[in-house]
Design a protein around this ligand. Sequence first.
Ligand SMILES: O=C([O-])CC(=O)C(=O)O
Ligand SMILES: [Mg+2]
Length: 212
Amino acid sequence: MGNIEKNQAPEVLPDDWVKRAKKLSTTLISDGMDIPVEMNHLIKPFNIDRVLVGSAVTIEVEDGDNLAVHHAIYHSRPGHVLVVSANGNEKRAVIGELMVAAADALQLNGFIIDGLIRDVQTLSTSSFPVFGRGAIPAGPTKNGPGVINQPINCGGLKVEPGDFVMGDADGVIVLPRANVENALQLAEEKAKYEKARLESIANGNIKPKWLE
Ligand SMILES: O=C([O-])CC(=O)C(=O)O
Ligand SMILES: [Mg+2]
């Protein structure tokens, strides 16, 4: 059995951030940022109707093994999102419907997997948000090793434990906490602009003023 290194679980996000983010979108937040906050396009929602916002619990596994992910579920609490780097493994799924049912019962906020999943028919209609690269029938081994709550690379971004994570139909963004308040304010302004722009289009003022 390989060792599972468990570090302290991060703080959850303030309720105010979660409420405000849920009224916005990943695109509105992305528009205000001058640092890369977007995971690459390979990390997609399995159910495009689900929105996830939470504090990152990071997990690194190897060779299609998911023992650390099982441990991380019970090392997390409501408000946490489990963010998993499967280190490029394309041969085995590292989560499935049983693990999602357990995470849902513990009121965790979602899974983001830079790797593969299985049991997609259930998970694509589940109310629990799951993001990942794709699916394969082959299941994981459960031997370790693995690391919980150390910085990881996921979807082309560095993710630190406790980072702000949001996922929706367009993909996943990750922000260091120091950037969140400002990012939410800019996104709220952009949301007002987009609402006004849609109203002008509906009223027949179709060409945008900035193009004059
Ligand atoms: O067996 C596993 O660890 C993954 C899986 O398919 C499930 O959780 O349903
Ligand atoms: Mg399964």
